[in-house]
Design a protein around this ligand. Sequence first.
Ligand code: NOJ
Length: 543
Amino acid sequence: MENKKKWWKEAVIYQIYPRSFKDSNGDGIGDLAGIVSELDYIVSLGVNAVWMNPVYLSPGCDNGYDISDFRAIQPEYGTMEDMRRLIDELHVRKIRLVMDMVLNHTSDEHAWFRQARGSRDNPYYSYYHWWPAEKGEPPHRCGFFDAAGKGWQYNKATNSYYLHYFAAGQPDLNWENPEVRRQLYDMLRFWLDMGVDGLRMDAICFISKDVDWPEISPQLLKEKYHGDWGHYYAAGPRLHEYLREMNEAVLSKYDVTAIAEAAGISSDQALLFVGEDRKEMDMLYHFEGVAIGYIPGEFKKVDASRYHLNEWKEVYTRWNDALKEKGWGTVYLGNHDQPRMVSRWGDDSEVFREASAKLLLTFLLTMRGTPFIYNGDELGMTNIRFEKIADYQDIETRQMYQNLTDKGGDAEGFLKDQQLTGRDNSRTPFQWTAGPNAGFTSGQPWIRVNANHSVINREKQEEEKGSVLNYFREMVRLRKENAVLVYGDYELLLPEHPAIYAYTRGYEGRVWTVLLNFSNTEQGCVVGGREVTLGAYEAVILR
Ligand code: NOJ
């Protein structure tokens, strides 16, 4: 069953975290001009699209996911002129740009919220969700980045509480209000008219709220939503109505791809978002893969075994199958919300770092679904493993730490868990060279540079034929030149093998077999009547 061909299905998307990619002016913060200065590098990777994290005006409580003006650039990243230049320079090189769009919430410093919080009569009041204090305490909601874990914040001037699924500095927009939707659609047109080719929709599954504000008891949460607030938040009653409306009003008018950050979504719901007949989103990225190995009910805690390959196979196969006939998915193993790919899923010890990074890149580039590669993962960059809470910049880590210590919890254990799973691990500066600050900045970097840049850096890997970087380039080329890796069917082989992940991709009579040894010892298997032995973390593709 052949899906319709589309550029975004054939794309390899390179994610750039602008704050940490390249600093052009010595203020220690990456910027747009820095990205432009490294376009040759991006071209050399062979990728055909870039997803860039938010660079809009923002007080920065959540590194730009708290936007105070959707149509302005945060000065530390540059100007609107720099933005236009980046788009043009990318386009000249036939690389498309995917912008991050945050439509679920704004910053509490956005002009809308500054008006709203002034009085109940202000027309902007209904741009947000409020609970009047005369009704008592609001029904509990979780605030993911709130030290007390609360999703409602009291506001004195209005004597009411506003809703925030993330930090108190990120009030949730009220999509029930048609004026809010109209404003957001207008804003999308502003960017699409400027030439943006794709939209990565932040927390998009959370935009619709049950405004009857039912009580969600811990028991209900457990029984109906796997004990996970994300699942409740993603089950809003008007979600699909909104997505269809946005598609009809805006997306359908442009040659643009829309990618849903699908937190709280299970595989049996995937087609509701990306089935072509639904006319909502084009692709989505799920969270089941990156959650493999987490201990249920704990915050980003992984036990000593880290994860079991059979669970990995089950998750990726099930998501593949959900989108087999219709729709389209993505594959990723790292991003700015996840630790470094090789530290979490491979083995970042000196002996196995390179081999396991190549193995993981092989997985990403041979699976069905558009691959997303996070900047630095093409070098096999590793977790920084901060030791003290003071080293962390990330609001999630800081607030969770506060929450835990307020309750007298195990702070040491938490810091240990964060060394493996914390978000700042992937937000450290890109390692260009072995020189000062890894060649990222001439100033004081906003977050500490990983000391291993003396060993892991772009410059060194350019020189080595067999480097992770050059391997990545070769894999990108292989995918681009062989439709079997893009459109081919995926089928799982050897489901029970404890160490080898094996699958085929089949297209127009061709069948390729991918064999990935996820262990640090030699492993054997039989495929197609043939005995194959794989070395530690070896990846093999048989045509
Ligand atoms: C998902 C983003 O990727 C993450 O970085 C951010 O903290 C939350 N959404 C809130 O916007």
